[in-house]
Every structure is written in C-alpha cells, then in structure tokens.
Write a protein that binds this ligand. Structure first.
Ligand SMILES: *Cc1c(COP(=O)(O)O)cnc(C)c1O
Length: 380
C-alpha cells in the first residue's frame, strides 16, 4: 500500500540498544537480562524491538501469551522465549514445536506438558510462578513445597526456574520490595539442592533500585523503552531529564497540520463547545484523535509541539482530529510538522508528561500511541 497515514510513530533503534546496554551494565555482566516484549514491545513493535535488543546482546525475551511467543519465534528470533501468563492446555505442543519456555502455576499445566513431552520423547524445562505479594498470578510461597511434591512423579518436565513479580519496586521506600524478596527467598529455598534452578524477580524498578533483587536474571520492560517506572516524580535514570548516559525514550509520535484558521472572540471549539475563544484565536487542526491513542482525557489540557513551541489542545479531542491554539506561534501553515511526543527543536514532550496529565503511567501512553499508529524504525 502506498497511501500512508498522516500520523507516524517513530522508534529510534539506537535508543533501544542504548537502553538494553544500560540495563545490562546496571545488572552486571553475570546477570542475564530478559527483554519484556509483550504488548507489541510496549507499542514499539515486538519483532523489530526484539531484533534491536538482540543486536545489543539480548538472548532472552518475555511475552505474555503463547500466540505472541510463536509470532516472535517465526520472525527469526533464536534466543529463549518465555510465555509468562499461562496457556490453553490444548496448545501445549507449541512449546515443543517452537522451542518456548512455559511459566506454570497449576498442576494441570505441568501434567499436560509432561504428557506431551513423553509422547514426543522429549524433556521440557518450566519456570514456576510464585506470588510473593503482588496478589496476581502464581502459587503462594507456602504452597511451593507441596506443589513440587505433587508434580515430582511427572516425567519429562523439570522446574528450571522460579519467578515472581514485585508490586512497588519503583517506590524504594514502600517496604513492600523487602517483604516480597523475603517471601521469594522462602520459595527459592525449596530449590537449594538444585543448582540448575534459577530465580528471577526483578522488573525495571528493581533493576534500578534494588541490587539485592537481581538474583540469577532480571526482567526489564519499561526501562528498555527509555523510561524510569517511577515516572517524573522520583525518576532519576532518564538520559534527557536525568543523568546523562541513562535511559533514552525510544518512541516519538509525529503528525502534521491539516488546516489553520483565525476564529473571532466568542467562538466555541469542538464537540460540546467546552472551549470558547476569549479573543481572536488562530487554531491548527491536526489529524490525531482518541482512535490514534490521544486520550480524550487530554481535551483542553494536552499540548503538542509545533515549530519547536508548546501549543495547547483546545476543546474536546475528537475521534481522529483535534484543535490546537497556535496564536502565539508565528507562521504556522498546513503541512507543518506536529510532534505529539518526542523532541522538536529545544523542547520535548515525554510519555511521562502526557501520563501525568491524565493520571496514568508512561507504559499506557506508549501502548496507546504505538499500537494505534503505523510505526517506522529509524537507525538514529
Ligand atoms: C511486564 C513484565 C515485566 C517488566 O516490567 P517493567 O516494570 O516494565 O520493567 C517483568 N516481569 C513480568 C512477568 C512482566 O509481565
């Protein structure tokens, strides 16, 4: 197809590579980093992002569902691929066909894997998910011992890893990480005699804030895409807004001006006329709306960059358009570049800036922009 959207998400490959190397350096050379590439790599495109991380030295990848793992394998990724939130028992053969690593938390799943392994004359290693305080997926620590007994008769399957997830590692003072690590220690101690079993619990927050949580492997997501999970408040690893050489946001979102016009004082703008001009106002109409990931909650509060200047959204954001006040910016014309997220001239709008305005986190902003627009990878 030659016809292109007015809007484009650009992913900067060198930022992805930089961030992987930064996280690998933070974890230390002995500790492998699993790149979490679920949710289409947080909106950055799973296959391309995984290739970028691979070229920076990554050999372990994590996704949520089995279908994502198969897609990633078929794209040519050769490293380890972990399926972290379970699978339909009727699909167990895919773990063997595509050489994938299952994360398990039920007897039924281990049993299905065992039967398939026996029928194929193969073995499979699984990672056990333990709930150490997130109250999400996984066995409670006290059930790990009994579970291991229960599955000990099953042939062809071996527990080669134990994993958990931390609920507040981005808030170093919350105390919950220490509790989670203590509970995790109890679960891991079930494997003390088995040197082949690896333990992993660290997400980006723990990689950055809790060296004690690094264990045998870390699993980084948001940091690889250039953001500190703590957001603007407390985030200190950003390359552009923190110490140099840190994390660099990899995604930017670009559009263009469709039309510019001058409206007299007293003119209502967009649905519901929630914005009425106080004086003669020059507005630019841009082809970005909530279907493109620009949350309708940014109505009358969002900002974009035009000619390197911040310009406010006026009125409600429509499905695929919104209006921008460009009265103070000289010479704006149809066709001019608009940056909704990223750098233009000397100024920058980050996913954290947008998230702060609508009460969410960078993760959601990246998914909304990245997964609702065409993407283009750039080397620089
Ligand atoms: C998404 C995910 C991570 C990464 O979390 P970040 O906060 O983005 O670093 C780690 N582990 C699991 C199991 C995940 O699903």
């Amino acid at each position: 197809m030659r016809e292109k959207s007015f809007n484009k998400v650009v992913v900067h490959r060198s930022a992805l590579e930089n961030n992987f190397k930064y996280i690998q350096k933070t974890a230390g050379p002995q500790t492998p980093v699993m790149a979490m590439v679920k949710a289409d790599a947080y909106g950055h495109g799973m296959e391309d992002a995984a290739l970028a991380f691979a070229s920076a030295g990554c050999t372990r990848f994590g996704v949520a569902e089995l279908c994502e793992a198969v897609r990633l394998r078929l794209s040519g990724i050769t490293g380890e691929i972990y399926v972290t939130i379970g699978f339909d028992l009727e699909d167990v053969d895919s773990f063997f066909t595509y050489d994938l690593i299952p994360v398990v938390y039920s007897f039924e799943a281990v049993s299905a894997l065992s039967q398939k392994a026996l029928s194929l004359g193969r073995n499979i290693g699984v990672h056990l998910k333990v709930d150490t305080g997130m109250s999400r997926l996984g066995l409670l620590p006290e059930n790990v011992g009994p579970f291991l007994n229960h599955i000990s008769e099953l042939k062809g399957v071996k527990v080669v890893g134990v994993m958990s997830h931390l609920p507040a590692s981005d808030q170093p003072l919350s105390g919950s990480t220490e509790t989670g690590l203590k509970n995790f220690g109890v679960a891991c101690s079930e494997f003390d005699d088995n040197v082949d079993t690896i333990c992993h619990i660290a997400n980006s927050g723990a990689v950055l804030n809790f060296p004690d949580a690094h264990c045998d492997m870390v699993r980084a997501g948001i940091a690889l895409y250039g953001y500190d999970p703590a957001g603007q408040v407390g985030g200190k690893h950003g390359g552009r807004y923190g110490d140099k050489g840190g994390l660099v946001p990899a995604m930017s979102f670009h559009s263009r001006v469709l039309q510019v016009k001058e409206l007299p004082a007293g003119t209502g703008i967009s649905y519901g006329h929630t914005f009425v001009t106080e004086k003669s106002t020059k507005i630019a109409i841009i082809p970005v709306g909530y279907e493109d990931g620009l949350s309708r909650s940014l109505s009358n509060s969002g900002e974009v960059l035009i000619h390197g200047e911040l310009a406010p959204v006026c009125g409600r954001i429509c499905m695929n358009m919104c209006m921008i006040d460009v009265s103070t910016i000289v010479g704006v014309e149809a066709g001019d570049e608009v940056v909704l997220m990223g750098v233009q001239g000397q100024k920058e709008i980050s996913a954290d800036d947008i998230a702060a305005k609508i009460g969410t986190i960078s993760y959601e902003v990246l998914c909304m922009f990245g997964n609702n627009n065409s993407r283009e990878y750039q080397v620089g």
